[in-house]
Ligand binder design. Structure first.
Ligand SMILES: Nc1ncnc2c1ncn2[C@@H]1O[C@H](COP(=O)(O)OP(=O)(O)OP(=O)(O)O)[C@@H](O)[C@H]1O
Length: 271
């Protein structure tokens, strides 16, 4: 039996009512499917609606038109199958690394001793076994990201929604985090929807790269299958000829939208 599609957006249109009463259509008629175990990256110009699409998938926003289905069921309210990793840290500053990871289970009612034992294993998986007792302010940006990743993965979501998760990190740490993510994903394939403005990162990580046009009324204007072999090292794969060919082809479509998005984001009256 084939697995149902993890995420299916069908004609999803998302509009916001602005303070002055106008309606701003951010995303129009988006069709997007993510299969079970598939890694899909969304790339698009600034402000085009990437986070908006992710928020629809998370159940945080309801489309004005169209549908969102998760494993073949209409999404009503929060998407309980999904774990969400944002650009900003979502760690509790007053909790240690291990407590920050364990909390994901404790709020579901897992006894504290079990939650702590599993949190310890997850901290080890993300390379932070020796840092369990540190508070977030005692960790580097990259280490905090690792804790945040463990905090999400310990709940074993079937879908991972990632919104520029490595955005604030330096280039080397981003690559290390990308490889860690691929390693964890390979061990237990979840459906991943990964938002980034970085086309290279998208190609290096994903099975498919989806391109959005500039807003308003942003649309999905391209969908590329990335057939680069796995396992991948995301620093080394960027040196491959096939990587460059894909990059050139996708960038050919993306670059005009990036310029339009930039102009749009600087105009008065834009949302
Ligand atoms: N709650 C809201 N009310 C009004 N407009 C909004 C709201 N949320 C988002 N928008 C607008 O919708 C558009 C899409 O925003 P979104 O955050 O999804 O873009 P993005 O592609 O993720 O941007 P970035 O790459 O800069 O993070 C933007 O023009 C934004 O200003």
């Amino acid at each position: 039996m084939t697995e149902p599609t993890a995420v299916a957006l069908d004609g999803a249109t998302v509009a916001f009512r602005l303070a002055d009463g106008r309606v701003y259509t951010a995303v129009e008629q988006a069709n997007l499917a993510v299969d079970h175990g598939e890694f899909v990256a969304i790339v698009g110009p600034t402000g085009c609606g990437k986070s908006t699409l992710l928020n629809v998938t998370a159940g945080l926003l309801k489309p004005a038109a169209g549908t969102a289905r998760i494993f073949d069921k209409p999404l009503n309210g929060l998407n309980r199958d999904a774990g969400y990793l944002f650009q900003a840290d979502a760690l509790f500053p007053w909790k240690t690394a291990i407590d920050n990871v364990a909390i994901g289970l404790e709020i579901r009612g897992t006894p504290r001793s079990d939650a702590l034992a599993r949190a310890e294993r997850w901290l080890t998986s993300v390379g932070l076994g020796a840092f369990a007792g540190r508070y977030p302010h005692m960790l580097s940006g990259g280490q905090r990201k690792r804790v945040a990743l463990a905090q999400v993965l310990i709940r074993d979501p079937k879908i991972l929604l990632m919104d520029e998760p490595f955005g604030p990190l330096d280039a080397q740490t981003r690559q290390i985090m990308g490889n860690l993510l691929l390693e964890l994903w390979t061990a237990d394939r979840k459906a991943v929807l990964f938002v980034t403005h970085d086309l290279e990162e998208a190609i290096a990580l994903a099975d498919r790269v989806v391109i959005m046009s500039a807003g308003p009324s942003a649309r999905i204007i391209g969908d590329w299958r990335i057939t680069l072999p796995r396992p991948r090292d995301i620093a080394e794969i960027r040196m491959e000829k096939d990587f460059h060919a894909l990059h050139r082809e996708i960038w050919g479509v993306l670059k005009d939208e990036v310029m339009k998005g930039y102009v749009q984001s600087t105009q008065a009256g834009a949302a």
